[in-house]
Design a protein around this ligand. Structure first.
Ligand SMILES: [Zn+2]
Length: 421
């Protein structure tokens, strides 16, 4: 919604709550009800006056707090329509003070600040809004606009692409997005050392082309948004360090054999070129980035309280399909020696990784299948509960039992059924 290049966030009329006198025959509730009357007459200043008095008398009432916040936000909205943004910000600040997690108040404040040209502060409040309510498209669009104005076209594009993917009918946004993309193509030749985005810092050898770097940054920003959302709104404040290599350099640094596609050890380390200096395919680079970025988010959530099979299984599940080829491979392993006991998959050392490549490949496949099954069969909400249970519990199987009503034996059965269906 663009009006004269200003962004406005319009308040849908909110009904305030009256409290019946026969339940709370107190002075504060009488003031509350008078405040509501004033609000309904759109006399917001009087409503705020009365509701503030009510809150002084009864500071713990959620009803009064909400009513006062809504009245403040309605008045702020009116002021912004008269272009009194400074005043609007002061008013909405009071609502944020009452409840620092008021999504709509942060969104409003971000919009007002954006109109005032205070970009850094606008970005701060819009980022808070997006964290409080990920998926609210107007907030993502507005945040994209703030990034764009801050000359961070890449981050802007990430937000806008996300909005347009869900709602392709936003015509003005589509035009704005296309324009930004054209600008980006031209301006990229002005500045060859793009090595930073909103949330990531990139270090790379000089052989890594601009094209690869900018692709990597855009995929990272995408992963930041998508995986953060999937795991319940986890958005590390960063910047997260990312180091790119060719496969030979990578091998020399991490020393874990050719099969390893990337590492997260507090920094994301990914080979993006082969020894001949040719870039890996976009798809392969994307898969590696998503895989490692899942580890970043899991670390943010659970630190070291995460079993290996959950961590790797999740990284695989969010970075690639569990394909029929993988299904067949795992089936062969199972027919051969059965599943690896989950107890043995809770911790895997570097030594295990070297001991047997076949065993490692089964460990990855099995973890991938397990998380894939849990995620697709029981859904996101249950999985987020599982993560919370892992955080609290000393024992992985207990957490599994509490949330999924499965022990390791029945989990194994479930996975085998999932493979063989
Ligand atoms: Zn991994």
């Amino acid at each position: 919604m663009i009006k004269n290049s200003y962004y406005s966030i319009s308040i849908v009329c909110i009904f305030l709550l009256l409290v019946p006198f026969y339940i709370f025959a107190s002075e504060s509730m009488e003031l509350n009800n008078q405040g509501v009357e004033a609000y309904n007459l759109k006399d917001y200043e009087r409503a705020i006056f009365l509701l503030s008095q009510a809150m002084t008398l009864n500071p713990d009432s959620e009803v009064i707090k909400n009513n006062l916040s809504n009245a403040l936000q309605a008045l702020a909205d009116e002021e912004s329509k008269k272009n009194n943004f400074k005043k609007a910000v002061d008013i909405v600040d009071k609502a944020i003070k009452i409840n620092p997690n008021n999504f709509f108040a942060h969104l409003q404040k971000g919009a007002f600040l954006l109109n005032m040209g205070h970009l850094m502060d606008a970005i701060r409040h819009l980022e808070i809004a997006v964290k409080l309510k990920p998926g609210y498209l107007d907030a993502h669009e507005l945040l994209g606009e703030a990034y764009y104005r801050d000359n961070d076209i890449l981050s802007a594009r990430t937000q806008w692409e996300y909005v347009l993917q869900i709602d392709p009918n936003r015509k003005q946004l589509k035009e704005r997005y296309d324009k930004a993309c054209r600008e980006e193509v031209v301006e990229s030749s002005f500045n060859k050392t793009v090595s930073q985005s909103r949330h990531f810092n990139l270090t790379y050898p000089k052989e890594v082309t601009y094209q690869i770097r900018s692709y990597v940054l855009s995929v990272l920003e995408r992963a930041y948004l998508e995986i953060g959302r999937k795991l319940g709104g986890v958005f590390p404040s960063g910047p997260i360090q990312v180091i790119l290599y060719d496969t030979q350099q990578f091998g020399a640094v991490v020393q874990m054999g050719q099969t390893v596609g990337g590492v997260y050890d507090g920094k994301i380390r990914i080979p993006v070129m082969n020894e001949k200096g040719e870039g890996l395919s976009d798809e392969e680079i994307k898969r590696r980035i998503y895989h490692e970025y899942v580890h970043v988010v899991v670390f943010e959530l659970l630190k070291d309280k995460v079993p290996w099979w959950v961590n790797e299984g999740l990284a695989e599940t969010f970075s690639k399909e569990f394909s029929s080829r993988e299904r067949t491979m795992l089936e062969q392993f199972i027919n051969n020696k059965g599943l690896i006991p989950y107890n043995n998959l809770e911790k895997i050392s570097i030594k295990d990784m070297f001991a047997s490549e076949t065993k490692m490949s089964q460990a990855y496949l099995q973890s991938h299948a397990t998380i894939n099954m849990l995620w697709s069969k029981y859904g996101q909400g249950r999985f987020l509960n599982f993560i919370q249970a892992l955080k609290r519990s000393e024992n992985v199987e207990d957490a599994l039992r509490n949330v999924y009503h499965l022990d390791y034996a029945s989990l194994s059965k479930g996975v085998i059924q999932f493979i063989q269906r």
